[in-house]
Design a protein around this ligand. Structure first.
Ligand SMILES: Nc1ncnc2c1ncn2[C@@H]1O[C@H](COP(=O)(O)OP(=O)(O)OP(=O)(O)O)[C@@H](O)[C@H]1O
Length: 262
């Protein structure tokens, strides 16, 4: 579904992404993890077409992405292939637009359909993400953070993307809401075949969200493999440090603070 080879991004003489290679099969899921500044978001933005690579190849469903200005038809075709959901759902929702209208707009943008079919499709998408009629008629500000993120996911799914990128998309939510959205994404992956690419700084969370994990440090891939292998038997010292820094059950911040004060 997605093949990334030797991807590179330079900002002036700074190399933000250096020789990144991975692939993602249909229905697959991969988490890209690393500390702040390791190049995760830049990698995602290049895949989504929001940033132009300095080098390398991005192949989506057999089509090589080419750089440069696109005609609107090509842009729509790309949107059908890859959609991105961000940490702040407001970045993909208009504050003045009702949630149902925002989803309808996204459906119409990608595939013009008659009004009755459009209504049915919007209802189907909202149902898929667990939003009801009342929420569909609301403005984003009348929804909770988790509901807003569901609305952003429904809007992204309107394009029937082959790959959905979630850039820290659930990091700011309560743990219970995170669990609900992860369950939702797992169902969507099974039902639609959409492959998921998670961008996160939280190595502890990847066990719950993806099959594979790729660890980045200062723009480069230091480790890549199935989650159980990478977390269970990390080979690279950087991954080992990241894993060691995951809080363990029973870890109490106050106890450490007392020790430090003593
Ligand atoms: N437009 C830009 N111009 C210059 N440097 C940039 C630009 N965008 C990103 N960078 C730099 O590239 C590096 C990688 O940034 P990126 O946002 O990809 O990291 P990240 O791993 O996603 O970090 P975070 O988790 O904090 O979002 C950083 O050092 C950043 O300062």
């Amino acid at each position: 579904m997605l093949e990334v080879r030797n991807l590179r991004k330079e900002f002036g003489d700074f190399v933000a992404v250096d020789d990144v290679t991975f692939s993602l099969p249909e229905q697959g899921s991969l988490a890209i993890v690393g500390e702040s500044g390791s190049g995760k978001t830049t990698t995602a933005r290049m895949i989504a077409g929001l940033e132009t690579p300095s080098g390398g190849h991005i192949v989506v469903a057999g089509d090589e992405r080419r750089a440069g200005r696109l005609r609107s038809r090509e842009r729509r075709a790309r949107g059908r292939q890859i959609q991105m959901v961000f940490q702040d759902p407001y970045s993909s929702l208009d504050r003045r637009q009702r949630v149902g209208d925002a989803v309808a707009e996204a459906v119409g943008l990608h595939q013009p359909v008659p009004a009755d079919r459009l209504r049915a499709r919007v209802a189907e998408l909202l149902d898929m993400v667990g939003l009801d009629d009342r929420q569909a008629r609301s403005l984003p500000k009348a929804l909770s953070g988790g509901q807003r993120q569901r609305a952003a996911i429904a809007r992204a799914l309107a394009a029937e993307p082959q790959v959905l990128i979630l850039d820290e998309a659930i990091a700011a939510l309560d743990v219970s809401i995170q669990a609900q959205i992860l369950a939702l994404l797992t169902r969507i992956r099974a039902d639609t075949g959409t492959a998921l690419l998670f961008i996160t700084h939280d190595l502890g969370a990847v066990r719950h969200i993806s099959d594979d994990v790729l660890v980045m440090q200062t723009g480069r891939v230091v480790e890549h493999g199935p989650v159980a292998t990478v977390l269970g038997d990390p080979q690279d010292p950087y991954t080992q440090r990241l894993i060691a820094s995951i809080p363990k059950p029973g870890w109490k911040p106050r106890r450490r603070a007392k020790k430090a004060a003593a």
